[in-house]
Ligand binder design. Sequence first.
Ligand code: ZN
Length: 165
Amino acid sequence: MSDAITISDGMVVSIAYTMKVEGEEIEDATVDDPLVYLHGAENIVPGLEDALTGKKVGDKFNIKLQPEDAYGEYDEDEIEEFDLDEFPDDEDIEPGLELYLEDEDGNIIEASIKEIDGDVVVVDLNPPFAGKVVEYDVEVVAIRKADASEIEHGHAHDEDGHAHE
Ligand code: ZN
């Protein structure tokens, strides 16, 4: 009988992983420098969080997530037009340029310029991998209970305490 700790809400989990979209490697984290996140706090995409529930240290798996379990469906309503004047002069405004915009709640949104039509800049506010099947290779590296301030903040803190604003 094993009483190995398993992943559930309120655990801080370290994972090594490779993320692929359409066969292309997009990002990864290694065993020596894993991604550390708070489980159950929507720090990671929902399908990956679901797949990790109940796993223990050393478990490895591969998962392919449909858009609704990853970055969401592509939403044509998330296309907005801005005046070219609203962009800083020193910025190279061109299709494909990635932008970081702040919404009303102060959240940072990753967006990209879709096209430029005269003085109108068409901006795509969909997440970069909206509408895509996303594949992960995952290894669980470490699991520990979150402390009270992590639960309160909704994210993991590193060993030095509070390494974010
Ligand atoms: Zn915090």
